[in-house]
Design a protein. Structure first.
Ligand code: GDP
Ligand code: ZN
Length: 307
């Protein structure tokens, strides 16, 4: 049977087969995984072939890992050669952000988008808690949406409180496997609860303040919305920003710089102060948003001591 891994503890995997039956599976001992050296051979979102070990107890064995369309990894911090796969086979990387309570920084947003772009996964932003915004906040949010829409990032505004934009969110997720992320407290669980009756996520009713410093699990988990729509929740997504990237390649993951940079005088231009830099010209002409360029430079600097 073909199935999708919805949860992994490292030794046990929950696999959804026939679209809605779950089996608790272990991996066939001789299963060999080619390619990528990873700390976890099988990840949430992986498509696998399973055989039934015990039907009444819903126990199975993973016999084969099917090829991945894509995956998101983070490097194990201590052992650079081993990567940890956060999730696989993702159609859309969705970040839930808020203008207030808490405020999501543009730096965090851009880091997320750049990382998703580096794995060639389309991106979307959900601006939640719209009900809490005053005139000024609304104006700022609109400006941000303009920046990101130009970059082909799908943007929607929602309120889990008064259910505004929930239809748009459903449309966005329909037929896709969506990796959902965002700072704690932005309303991920509240939104997920609104779009699915199957899923009952615990919302953080305790204040963020009380939660600070509490260690949350970093394992991703997949939820089924309907036969062909899934959500992958990634509580430890902050680590998404830790992937290794060569300084030279960062601008490739800023879609507005990627094309333009071919015109730079120097082939290895980092778009800082080099002469004949077409990226800097585009910035001065307003074709590249200042915030995006600023975040590009901080990503570049943050990676000085890496490859
Ligand atoms: P998560 O940590 O991202 O899963 O966030 P939760 O869904 O647990 O929400 C955190 C808090 O924000 C809870 O108290 C929610 O009731 C509240 N919340 C979520 N969405 C909204 C919203 O759209 N508007 C308002 N005013 N509060 C919200
Ligand atoms: Zn340049």
């Amino acid at each position: 049977m073909k199935g999708i891994v919805s949860k992994s503890t490292g030794s046990w995997y929950i696999v959804i087969v026939n679209n809605n039956e779950s089996y608790r599976c272990r991996v066939r001992g001789k299963l060999r995984i080619k390619g990528l050296k990873t700390t976890n051979p099988i990840a949430v979102g992986d498509e696998v072939l399973v055989s039934v070990e015990n039907e009444s107890q819903k126990l199975g064995i993973i016999e084969e890992l099917l090829p991945r369309r894509n995956y998101i990894i983070r490097k194990a911090i201590k052992r650079a050669s081993h990567a940890h796969i956060i999730a696989a086979n993702i159609d859309l990387a969705l970040l839930v952000v808020t203008e207030v309570h808490p405020k999501t920084s543009l730096g965090f947003i851009d880091r997320f988008l750049v990382t998703a772009e580096s794995f060639r996964i389309p991106q979307a932003l959900v601006f939640n808690k719209r009900d809490l915004l005053n005139e000024e906040h609304l104006y700022i949010e609109k400006q941000k949406i303009q920046i990101y829409k130009k970059l082909n990032v799908r943007c929607i505004e929602t309120s889990a409180l008064n259910r505004a934009g929930i239809g748009d969110l459903k449309n966005l997720l329909e037929g896709q496997t969506t990796l959902i992320s965002g700072h704690s407290g932005v309303g991920k669980s509240s939104l997920i609860n609104l779009i699915s009756t199957d899923i009952d996520q615990k919302t953080n009713e305790i204040s963020d303040f009380a939660n600070k410093g509490v260690h949350t699990t970093t394992n991703a988990e997949m939820f089924r919305l309907n036969d062909h729509s899934f959500i992958i929740d990634t509580p430890g997504i902050k680590e998404l920003g830790l992937i290794d990237m060569k300084r030279q390649e960062i601008s490739d993951y800023f879609p507005e710089m990627r094309e333009i940079s071919h015109g730079c005088k120097f082939h290895n231009c980092l778009h800082l102060n080099e002469p004949g830099c077409t990226v800097k010209i585009a910035l001065e002409e307003g074709q590249i948003a200042e915030s995006r360029y600023h975040n590009y430079v901080s990503m570049l600097e943050g990676r000085d001591n890496r490859r």
